[in-house]
Design a protein. Structure first.
Length: 481
């Protein structure tokens, strides 16, 4: 009996050992498969779902990218919301165009304060060689938020009558009087210009069913606040999770081929490159923000549009802007960033020149067409500049993108001050004049950057070098498979 019991125990032990060895062997095969996926760049043979299922690192990257895209949706929403709201801000705060432009400058100051962080640099550092399409997807998300925001915000704007000329709007309460003057006169304090075909004077208190001083604009901005919270929460959870895993993780060193520029530039030449790029970014971002922020105001004061019409043309701009960025996810695989930037800056210059002509003759159809062309031509410039900088000039690190953001914020801070003064002192047509002049400067700057890139290649190297870089990838042993 004793021997039979020993034989049973021995057989049970061998069975358990066999199962354990089989399990370890299976785990080893999965680890080798995961390691192969990590070391090897994605190919057509490796499907997206397979990588998401087997590769925990790839899955974390995908979740992070989705969170960043949603954050950029809310950013685009907030940026494009200002334009249709601009006239209501003037009425609520009892300010003119010049003073109300300070709101846009204040927003740019906040944007400047957050320039130490950037989704662009984070995506490039996360995906490496795969980052180009992801950067385009990130900026498409920004445009998607810009498309929907004016449409939603227009439902909460203060109602106004459409066709009036020399209409004095008064109210017996604490709200000051707002005088609507002819479009050819200068806009003075608490005055909004509107061109009409009639020459009648009439006193009204508000649009039918609406009292001056009442505003539901806060509803639209509460929605914006909720959206920002919804994108901050998952990012904060990922941050806490990363800190928790950091205590348990094991560091696995994996050889990866990272294709990044490796020219050793002189300090003076690097400063020249950075200054040129920052100036280009500042002017471009100033143009982009100014166009969307003042388009509705320009339509109402110069072209006799209603604020709802201004919101619609702003949404049309963002729709084309977003669609072009969506196409850019695939276009960038076939056309170099330099060619895209060159073509779009030329088209932008021509388009804004045409906008000045159409606005001068009050051709509404031409204004709408120019809004479409401007949205298309502005869509890919910013992300392509980042990718072109990475390919031809400097590695785009977090510090470099932060410098770009600071320069961009500086441009968006100064442009409203200048434009608000010009529109208030002279004529709303300065909206088109200033944008056209800046587009010419933008085109000249890009030609200068092309020259700098050629000099850089001739003096410090021709093209990118592919180096074997030792990259530390943090893996959690319990979640690797």
């Amino acid at each position: 009996m004793h021997k039979a019991s020993e034989n049973d125990d021995s057989a049970e032990f061998r069975k358990e050992k066999f199962q354990s060895d089989s399990f370890i062997s299976e785990i080893g095969v999965l680890e080798e498969k995961n390691e192969f996926i990590l070391k090897t760049p994605p190919s057509d043979d490796t499907s997206l779902m397979t990588r998401l299922h087997l590769d925990s690192l790839y899955r974390e990257k995908a979740i992070l990218s989705l969170c960043l895209c949603w954050a950029f949706v809310t950013l685009g929403w907030a940026v494009s919301q200002f334009g249709p709201s601009f006239l209501d801000f003037q009425i609520i705060t009892r300010t003119d165009v010049k003073k109300a432009s300070g709101f846009l400058t204040s927003r740019s100051v906040g944007y400047l304060a957050g320039a130490v962080l950037s989704g662009n640099a984070l995506l490039l550092s996360t995906w490496g060689q795969e980052g180009h399409s992801y950067v385009q997807a990130l900026h498409f998300s920004f445009a998607f938020g810009g498309i929907t925001s004016p449409l939603v915000t227009s439902a909460f704007l203060q109602e106004t009558l459409e066709d009036w000329n020399d209409v004095n709007i008064t109210d017996t309460g604490n709200v000051p009087s707002y005088k609507f003057t002819d479009c050819n006169s200068n806009v003075s304090q608490q005055t909004y210009s509107a061109c009409t075909n009639s020459n009648t004077n009439q006193n009204v208190t508000a649009a039918p069913g609406y009292a001056i001083g009442d505003s539901r604009l806060y509803v639209a901005y509460i929605l914006t606040a909720v959206m920002h919270i919804s994108c901050a929460v998952p990012l904060f959870i990922m941050f806490l999770r990363a800190r928790h895993c950091q205590r348990k993780k094991q560091k696995t060193k994996i050889d990866q081929d990272i294709k990044r520029i490796s020219r050793e530039m002189t300090f003076g030449f690097k400063i020249l490159v950075l200054l040129s790029l920052c100036l280009f970014m500042a002017i471009y971002c100033a143009m982009e923000d100014t166009f969307t922020a003042y388009l509705t105001t320009f339509g109402v004061t110069q072209l006799n549009w209603s604020k709802v019409q201004g919101s619609y043309v702003t949404s049309l701009y963002w729709a084309v802007f977003g669609f072009a960025r969506f196409l850019g996810i695939w276009v960038i695989k076939f056309i170099s960033p330099a060619k895209i930037i060159c073509v779009l800056t030329i088209v932008l210059c021509i388009d804004l020149g045409a906008l000045s002509v159409f606005a001068g003759f009050n051709i509404d159809e031409g204004i709408w067409a120019c809004a479409v062309c401007t949205g298309a031509s502005m869509s890919l410039i910013y992300p392509c500049v980042i990718m072109w900088t990475e390919e031809k000039l400097l590695p785009v690190s977090g510090k470099i993108v932060s410098i770009f953001m600071i320069a961009s914020s500086s441009g968006t801070m100064t442009n409203p001050i200048i434009l608000g003064y010009l529109m208030e002192t002279f004529t709303p047509m300065w909206f088109t004049y200033l944008l056209f002049g800046e587009s010419v400067v933008l085109m000249i700057l890009f030609l200068g950057l092309l020259l700098i890139a050629r000099v850089s290649e001739s003096r410090f190297g021709t093209g990118n070098s592919q180096n074997d870089v030792r990259v530390e990838i943090d893996l959690t042993s319990t979640k690797h498979v």
